[in-house]
Design a protein around this ligand. Structure first.
Ligand SMILES: [Zn+2]
Length: 343
């Protein structure tokens, strides 16, 4: 007797490399998806549909109208409601599958919470848009021997790499020095087409499924694709794995230790800046009352969002973080946070 609905999953169990044994492993699997934007939406949807038993969705952001061309779990009603992405995604996935347990976590992945959020899962999937979160994931993965899938999409291009600590190259083997903020094109500056995100998210989901079902013999081969040029290739990173790096060879964890990272960050694809929590947790109900005297307010149990100045929206989360929309100027964002939160 199987622990899952055999009829529902009959087409994928008939695929011999997965089979009934693989399906049992998927049902028992715990997977964390970091970031619920373009990539994370696709990954989470594919994994929920595949029958993965537990998904933890970690995201710090709110859906915006400009997300809708590629972020498949959200619609116009979610944007209007001001629901955090992780929560809106969980609601959508619950309609797709009643057997998957989805745990939405509305937070920024930081050195302070990365170990708690990621160490108890079987596989981690990268749905983020920033290097700080990716390096935190890499360090937790290397520290706890958790396989993970790195993915990125920009313009019409994408890349995906499955990483098995101790066996394949890790992210730091591939990128020894993280790029300085603002030095690389982002989906805000270079744009992105929806199909690039769909392809990368789908390949990431396939890699995650292979890691759960096992054995995954092609981990460490990076897919690089360009949909506009119709070019697809894989790059064998085993020479990098042989050399190793301080993180995967010598347990050097600069992001987890707090030696790197932790600054205000412009949010990819948005005219917005995230300002880290300064004062700790916030009484959202009281804040909503205060900000209602300034401008229109949307409030729920996760956030308060207010039109505070001309063209500027301030969203404050219960953990004290704020996102200032309508500017990319970090100093101005900090100023707005201190003006309205008194921080
Ligand atoms: Zn490494």
């Amino acid at each position: 007797m199987s622990s899952y609905d055999a009829d529902r999953y009959s087409r994928q169990t008939r695929f011999a490399p997965l089979g009934a044994v693989g399906q049992e492993r998927l049902v028992a699997a715990r997977i964390a998806v970091v970031g619920c934007g373009a990539l994370g939406s696709v990954v989470a949807m594919a994994l929920a549909r595949a029958g993965v038993g537990f998904l933890r969705l970690i995201d710090r952001d709110l859906p915006e109208r400009s997300n809708l061309p590629r972020q498949v779990l959200f619609d116009e009603a979610d944007v209007a409601a001001g629901l955090p992405k992780a929560v809106a995604a969980a609601k959508c996935l619950a309609r797709i599958s009643s057997t998957v347990t989805v745990e939405p976590v509305v937070t920024d992945l930081t050195a302070a919470n990365a170990m708690d959020l990621l160490s108890g899962v079987d596989v981690i999937v990268d749905g983020t848009d920033n290097f700080e979160a990716r390096f935190l994931v890499n360090e937790v993965a290397c520290r706890h021997d958790i396989p993970w899938v790195h993915g990125g999409a920009l313009g019409a291009e994408g890349r995906v790499l499955a990483i098995i600590p101790g066996k394949t190259a890790c992210l730091r083997c591939l990128i020894p020095d993280p790029p300085a903020p603002g030095s690389l094109p982002t989906c805000e500056t270079a744009g992105i087409i929806g199909p690039a995100a769909l392809v990368v998210g789908a390949v990431e989901a396939a890699e995650a499924i292979k890691l759960v079902v096992g054995p995954h013999d092609t981990a460490g081969r990076m897919l690089v694709c360009d949909l506009w040029a119709s070019a697809w290739r894989t790059v064998d990173l085993s020479p990098l794995a042989e050399a190793g790096c301080p993180t995967c060879r010598s347990a050097d964890f600069p992001w987890l230790d707090g030696r790197l990272g932790g600054r205000p960050t412009p949010l990819c694809g948005r005219d917005a800046v995230q300002v880290p929590a300064v004062v700790g947790s916030v009484d959202l109900a009281a804040l909503a009352e205060r900000l209602a005297t300034v401008g229109a307010v949307v409030a729920n149990r996760w956030i308060v969002r207010a039109d505070v100045e001309d063209g500027i929206q301030l969203s404050v989360f219960a953990d004290g973080r704020a996102i200032v929309s309508g500017t990319r100027d970090e100093a101005r964002a900090r100023g707005i946070v201190s003006r309205y939160l008194g921080a």
